[in-house]
Design a protein around this ligand. Sequence first.
Ligand code: HEM
Length: 629
Amino acid sequence: MYYLLLCFVSCACAQSIFYESYTGNVLNNEEVKEHLKKNTAFWCVNEVLPCNPYEGRRLDGTCNNLKYPNRGAPHTPQYRLLPAEYDKDFEPKTAKSGEPLPLSRSVRTNLLAEGRVPDSRFTQLLTYFWAHVLRDVLSAHDTLKYVIWKPYCCQEKGETDKECIPNIIPDDDPVHRFSSVRCMNLTRPESFQSVGCLKNDTVPERIVTSTPIFDLSQMYGTSLKIANEKARLFEKGMLKFEVENGKLWPPSTKTPVNVCLSNQKPYEKRCHDTPDEGVNSVIGLNLFVTWTWRLHNRIATTLSELNPCWDDDRLFFTTRDIVIAITMQIYFYEMSPALMGFDNLVREGVISPHKEFRDIYDENIVPQVSLEFPAVQRWAHTIQEGKLMMYDANGNYLKEHRIVNMTLRTGYLVDNLEYITQGAFRQPAAKADYIIDPDVVQTGLGANQLSADIATSDLTKNRYFGFAPYIKYRKLCSGKTYSTFEDLIDVIDPERIELLKEKYKNVEDIDLMAGIWAEKLVKGGSVPVTLYCVVVEQMLRTVVSDRHWYERPNRPNAFSLEQLLEIRKASVAQFMCAVGDTVTEIQPHAFFLPGKGNKMCSCKDIQKINLSPWKDLSCNGKQNKKYEI
Ligand code: HEM
């Protein structure tokens, strides 16, 4: 067998070793039984088959680090860049004065005005891809928790539910002083404590269901069992697929009750039934998983033509490895330089200026994601355009829709995917200008909540994660001590320091999220300076800690140099040409708007990836064809 088959807790595989997910300690049979009895095994126990140093990347992330085999698995802890700071009983800390901090909503409305200003550089496609890659290391449960499981936090029932942490709307709210909305629904993030792995008297630590590795777990799932059940076709390495309205889709659920709450029934039926039902949530993720699903099958069928002697297993795992590498190449070498600056990232060592292999793996650093990494990137909600503009393949504007009404609404894509696709690289993102789209902060969850301010939730979650004050993160990033508001002048413009002063009495009271909202953008890039610092730290850790990182020559089933040089040709424009609906023309740098120096051209002129270097000579496959994708 090319890859090991994992078995599961319930089948008590004799070879398996069981680890406590939080500590990484080995558990004995009695301890595992105790978890099974308490129904906490799913969250608190990782079952790991013995590691084979020569095997490739496992779906569940185990054995990535051979010294610490469960690190890399789902439900393992995130690390904190700075120690948690909570009030008593792990409630959000108070201001230095001992008073509660200002309401999240009042901070948000003070720092981020509402309005729409299109950006002059970035496309919607960039925000779509950004949301997609981040979901690789997150999970949907903290959002589904208040949208589906506990929608009642603003009702009487919510008053006695400790999990409820609704956002209170101040009486002088700029919008809701004219409405009856006084409260917006929200729940606490799930933690090792809330799911029963750690005692409640310990510092709350977030728990997520994806692997902490960039391995497309939002698409392939987090265990071989789930991938086999929900994703794999077991034919030529392909994924299961459906054809509807002339388009290729991931499999869909056949039950009328599903997570696609916003589908306009009975007409809109499609809801993806893939390993992670969360793909049906925000539109960017849904689009990219649909497209990447097709890319997988395109590569798998090409490889099977090239290497007819390869079995399904080998085709599947080789294809997955290539698809992950292409996604990471676009993330590290195209999207991140666009946002954070190419020279900056080369200087930090996040990306290599050379095309050849690079290997900075360190087995002493375990694969993990910092708690701050996704949290600071919630800033992206401020550059999320609220309108979804749709175009035909000739670039003619057709119609528009509210993007917040697309969440949990896969059914709308069936008739509109090609128009949304064309719009993705023609429509600008919103400008990074301290202004946020009204839809994102008033009806952020569409019809699923009366009113939802996603940015206010971003700040509230920051407090429930127990993040240290903003100025401590500034010190971590710059080494500088900030004692007064005026000290912030190097990173925040004077008028925004004034806005912060209106809400916070002491400079130490400023929340991390609020500081980031107010910050200047990093030199040579287009993101706030502290966001930049936190993301750089994580990206470096990712490359250093992932034993199967695609740029490494010394990993099991590593790419040859010839193969890596093909992966280096990946671009989001080439990706869209390969799998985007009706895409025959696109600008070469599709995260940037088309225009001077980035004119739209035929897909024929966009550099393609050639799979010929994957040819296995022992197969006697066809030789005389170009195997381009
Ligand atoms: C279609 C536009 C979008 C909508 C409707 C949307 C909606 C949401 C919602 C409802 C949440 C949960 C907030 C909470 O904790 O209560 C969330 C979280 C988040 N969003 Fe967005 N979002 C959008 C675009 C984006 C983009 C472009 C990014 C790119 C970075 C992004 C990154 C995140 C991150 C990192 C989180 C935190 C997730 C976690 O830690 O579990 N979102 N978003």
